[in-house]
Design a protein around this ligand. Structure first.
Ligand SMILES: Cc1cc2nc3c(=O)[nH]c(=O)nc-3n(C[C@H](O)[C@H](O)[C@H](O)COP(=O)(O)O)c2cc1C
Length: 197
């Protein structure tokens, strides 16, 4: 059951992580978003349009080694912190996240260490969601991707919203997956507290 109050004050950030435009993952994400009640704030960012530098592990080079993010990194950081709900919409690439989604998550490691940013505590309590298109009929092939996001969410003290999968290969073919479209319509709006798993 959907109640409007369950969405009050929430902002959904959709991070589109396909390497192509108008792919199946985006189609599925837009289907799911269409079921959000009017007035629920949505922000859509395409990682492909916001390239960020290669991540460098400088954790052990000394304190304060990660500077304040600038440019596209800053855009992603600010959008991430402003959202209450983070929707990672990545196609399944080699059983896991696309490179742009992985790189975005790698940068979290730096953001956690920017002095004064308090990234990790500020992520706590947000909700992480996963939306993925894959070409394999065996949906368990996406378990590594879902496990990655679930574990990242748990590490950051975030809640896990759930995962939505759709079968598709050429752009648009996810529309042939009737079950995925049905699930998309319920994805965000099912009261998880009442779902038995
Ligand atoms: C680099 C690459 C790796 C892929 N790896 C997998 C895979 O491991 N399992 C799978 O089922 N599909 C795989 N696919 C197929 C995509 O998941 C599928 O075409 C999906 O619909 C693409 O989503 P998009 O249209 O949102 O980009 C791969 C595609 C590419 C380009």
């Amino acid at each position: 059951m959907t109640t409007t109050h369950q969405f009050s004050g929430r902002t959904f950030l959709f991070l589109l992580a396909s390497s192509r435009l108008d792919g199946n993952t985006e189609t599925l994400a837009r289907e799911a978003a269409a079921a959000l009640p009017d007035g629920v704030e949505q922000e859509w960012l395409r990682l492909k349009d916001l390239p960020v530098p290669a991540f460098e592990d400088r954790r052990h080079d000394g304190p304060g080694i990660y500077p304040e993010p600038v440019g596209n990194s800053r855009v992603l950081l600010d959008a991430t912190l402003s959202a209450t709900d983070l929707v990672v919409a990545s196609p399944l690439y080699w059983y896991s996240l696309s490179a742009s989604a992985q790189l975005y998550l790698d940068h979290w490691s730096g953001w956690m260490r920017v002095p004064g940013l308090d990234f990790k505590p500020r992520m706590g309590g947000k909700t992480m969601w996963s939306i993925t298109a894959l070409s394999s009929e065996d949906r368990s092939m996406a378990d590594p991707l879902i496990g990655t996001l679930r574990n990242c969410a748990a590490y950051m003290g975030m809640q896990w919203g759930g995962s939505l999968l759709g079968l598709g290969n050429a752009p648009g073919t996810v529309r042939d997956d009737a079950e995925a479209l049905r699930a998309a319509g319920e994805f965000f709006v099912t009261d998880r507290a009442s779902v038995t798993v």
